[in-house]
Every structure is written in structure tokens, then in C-alpha cells.
Design a binder for this molecule. Structure first.
Ligand SMILES: *Cc1c(COP(=O)(O)O)cnc(C)c1O
Length: 445
């Protein structure tokens, strides 16, 4: 059977910069030679474009607002430099994340602190640096007020438990929210500036509706004397990794026979969707309530709009390179083993798979070679350390010393779950810049 015609291809949508970097002769092999193992390539200029696209949609709607980068999606420092230089903000949930943002020049007033019950140290640091804290529960409000009495008055948002996601562990229920608004009036050290939410899923409508609901809450809180000035609609802006046609072909096909060892998955990230990124923000802002677009209700109520995209700022901004260690055939398809662990493609650790096709960069192209089907395993001793269960089609059998590139990994795939299993060092991040004609690289700090 010729597997290469039986299988499904899922070529990643690719930006010009990615193609240029992987096609530049010797460039990636030189990096591999220098770092001596797997590595991540990150490209801050794409992050800058993504950030700007959100800021431009806000400006086009005449809505004043701030784009907070959901920092948990990637740990690199290079994004923070872009944020500091381009009027961005950062959303953090731990002390090290907050300190990292400050160290790269992001000012405290441009840092938002979210997450469930936060440590005393994190709350103190937030108050000292004039960060905006999204308060998640009544007891946290009391603890923050006490800390802020010494550390300094702190601006807060109250995070709302979404009515259509009552099982979420984040946010204040309706009754707690009402009480919290009143309580803020009695606490001299906290300044209630608005409300927030963060929703799962990638839908426009629920976000627009909840945003409108927060505007109503703002009006009531303002009437109670609070210095209300903002709402936050959180993150969850959609992204596409594949063409709609390829994604539809895969989902219609079902997953029989497509995966090594008969593996089955219950769910996948929606790899092609729309509207995406800043276009999704545009759709949210254009949603009409009471005959007016949401975008018009915001300035009419003197409100700024905060958003917290993570993945959507990182889309197309990085990829991962694994050196090939070997290739063998136990069946009518092969098994490629790479230097590196499946923890560097974190989707596997949510019981799912990162589906865009990896790209083989052979050290020696064999023009006579036939396409070859293969799954991809990591270099640990665990049976389940598999980067790609799907039988993918490579242009030729991979060989020791080739590179296997996983496209578009910057958002959540790169470093979310990495560990030093087997005492293997974590893959370094290599920052690629292209000032002028020349591509350069350096290690991320
Ligand atoms: C994770 C998270 C985000 C970012 O989510 P994305 O889906 O990456 O956009 C934003 N805000 C909060 C509160 C989060 O927990």
C-alpha cells in the first residue's frame, strides 16, 4: 500500500519570515551546532505585528484600551521588550512573571495580575508597583486590602464568574460580586476601577454579551461612587494554523488508521477558525446592543477596554527545531526519533495532538527518494513520549543529523510543560532578527 497517498496532509500556514529562516542555507544547522540539541526559534517582529493589529482595531473603533499579553503562553523575554517599546501591557499570575516583566522595562502600571487566589507576596508586589489586580474572591479582596494598607493603594478589577460557565473555578458569583462592590466602598486601600472576565472557547457572541453586561455593572458601581474606568474581556482570541480546506478534510475523514498504534483522540484544538485575532476583536466591538455597537457603548460610558490575548499575540511568531536521531520501520510506516521530548509540544500533555505537519530539513536532499510515512517519537524511555502519533508524510526517509521543524509552536506549545526529564537540558530559545538583509540570531535572555 502506498501510504503517502492514503494519509492526510496538514501543511502549516507559513509566514514569509519562517520560510526565509528555514530556507537560508546552513542557518538552522549552524544554530544547532552552537546549541548542541533541540531549540526554539522566536521572532519578536511578528509578535510586534500581532500586538499592533489589536491596537489598530481599538483605534479604528475609537475605543481607548490596552492589550495585556497573557504571559503564561510563552516564557521568552523577547516579547516583553516589544511590549515595553510599543505601549503594550502584560497579564501575569505569579511573582516571577511580574518580576520578569519589570526587568524588561514594562512599568508596573502596565501589568495586570490575574489568576485564582494569589499569594501575599504577589499581591504586595502588585500594590508596590501600581499593577491592576483582578480580584477573584471575597477573601482575596480582604487580604489585598490589608496588604495595600501598608504597601500602597491598589487598583482592582472584580472578576465575574460567567453566568453560562457556572462551573468555572474563577470569578465571583453574582451575590459575591454585589457584596464586593459595596465592600470596596468601605476599604480605603482599594480602588475599584472596573470588572473583568476570561472565557474558554473562541466565540465572539458570548464575549460581546458579557462585555455589555460588565458595562451595566460599571454604571451601577459608578453610581455607588467608585472611580470606574475599565472592563477586561480576557483572552481566547481565535487563531488558525491550517487552511480551512485542509482542516475540513481531516475532520471529515475521521481519525481511523491515521495514527500510530491505532491511537485515538477525543478532541483537538480547532486548527482553522475565524474570525481570528484582531479580526475577532473587531467582530466583538461591532456586535450591536440597544441599536449601538459595543464599541460605541464604551466611550459613552467613559470606559477603557482591556484585553488579554496570549496565543493570538504569539501566532506565527516561532517554531521548534529537533535534531533527528534515527529512523526505523516496524510496519508499513516508519518511526522517527528526535533529540528532544514531547513536553516541548505541550498539546500532547492535554491528551491531544499538535496537528500541523512537521517539516523535514534534510542535511542532504535525495532527489531520488520516495515520500515516507512516519510518526515521531521523543528521546525518552517512555512509550508515550510521542511528539506526533499521526503518520505524517516526509519527502524522504529522515536521517541522523537532519532537523525536524515543528511550525508555529510559540503559543503554549514551546515551554508550557517542558521538564528536565532524563536530566536533559531545556531547549534554549533563539531570537531571530532580520535588520537589513541579514538574518541574525542570539539566545533569549
Ligand atoms: C490564559 C489566560 C489568558 C490568555 O488566554 P489565550 O487563550 O492565550 O488568549 C488571558 N487571561 C486570563 C485570565 C488567562 O487565564
Amino acid at each position: 500500500m502506498d501510504l503517502s497517498t492514503e494519509l492526510v496532509k496538514l501543511p502549516a500556514l507559513e509566514r514569509e519570515w519562517q520560510r526565509r529562516v528555514r530556507c537560508e542555507p546552513g542557518f538552522l544547522f549552524d544554530i544547532q551546532h552552537a546549541v548542541g540539541g533541540p531549540f526554539h526559534v522566536v521572532y519578536p517582529r511578528q509578535f510586534e505585528r500581532n500586538l499592533r493589529s489589536f491596537q489598530e482595531v481599538l483605534a479604528a473603533h475609537r475605543v481607548s484600551g490596552r492589550v495585556y499579553y497573557g504571559k503564561k503562553a510563552n516564557k521568552a523575554g523577547c516579547w516583553l521588550d516589544v511590549i515595553a517599546d510599543h505601549d503594550g501591557s502584560v497579564d501575569v499570575a505569579s511573582e516571577p512573571e511580574l518580576v520578569h516583566a519589570l526587568a524588561h522595562g514594562v512599568r508596573g502600571r502596565d501589568i495586570g495580575v490575574t489568576g485564582a487566589a494569589k499569594s501575599a507576596q504577589l499581591l504586595r508586589l502588585a500594590a508596590r508597583h501600581d499593577c491592576v489586580v483582578a480580584v477573584d474572591a471575597l477573601d482575596e479582596l480582604e487580604r489585598l486590602a490589608e496588604i495595600a494598607a501598608t504597601a500602597g493603594r491598589v487598583r482592582i478589577l472584580l472578576r465575574r464568574l460567567p453566568t453560562d460557565a457556572p462551573d468555572s473555578r474563577f470569578g465571583l458569583s453574582g451575590a459575591d460580586l454585589d457584596y464586593a462592590v459595596t465592600r470596596c466602598g468601605q476599604l480605603a486601600s482599594v480602588e475599584l476601577i472596573g470588572f473583568s472576565f476570561h472565557l474558554d472557547g473562541y466565540q465572539v457572541r458570548p464575549r460581546a454579551e458579557l462585555a455589555y453586561d460588565l458595562i451595566t455593572l460599571c454604571a451601577k458601581a459608578k453610581a455607588q461612587g467608585h472611580p470606574i474606568s475599565a472592563i477586561s474581556v480576557g483572552g481566547g482570541f481565535a487563531c488558525s494554523y491550517l487552511s480551512a480546506a485542509d482542516w475540513a478534510a481531516f475532520t471529515e475523514r475521521g481519525t481511523d488508521e491515521l495514527f500510530h498504534a491505532g491511537k485515538r483522540f477525543d478532541k483537538f484544538y480547532p486548527y482553522a477558525q475565524g474570525p481570528n485575532g484582531a479580526a475577532m476583536l473587531d467582530a466583538i466591538l461591532s456586535t450591536a446592543f440597544d441599536g449601538r455597537a459595543l464599541a460605541e457603548h464604551l466611550p459613552a460610558n467613559d470606559l477603557e477596554l482591556f484585553l488579554e490575548p496570549g496565543r493570538a499575540l504569539l501566532i506565527d511568531a516561532g517554531f521548534t527545531a529537533f535534531p533527528v536521531l534515527g529512523f526505523k520501520r516496524n510496519a508499513d510506516y516508519g518511526i522517527t526519533t528526535v533529540q528532544g521530548l514531547s513536553m516541548s509540544v505541550s498539546e500532547q500533555w492535554k491528551g491531544s495532538e499538535f496537528l500541523p505537519d512537521p517539516i523535514l530539513l534534510p542535511r542532504n536532499v535525495d532527489p531520488a527518494a520516495a515520500p515516507t510515512a512516519s510518526c515521531v517519537g521523543g528521546s525518552s524511555c517512555m512509550e508515550y513520549d510521542v511528539l506526533t502519533w499521526r503518520k505524517i508524510i516526509l519527502p524522504q526517509p529522515p536521517q541522523f543529523g537532519d532537523l525536524l521543524l515543528y511550525p508555529n509552536t510559540a503559543g503554549y506549545q514551546m515551554d508550557k510543560n517542558e521538564s528536565e526529564f532524563h536530566q536533559l537540558p531545556l531547549p534554549p530559545k533563539v531570537v531571530v532578527t532580520d535588520d537589513g538583509d541579514r538574518l541574525s540570531w542570539r539566545l533569549d535572555r
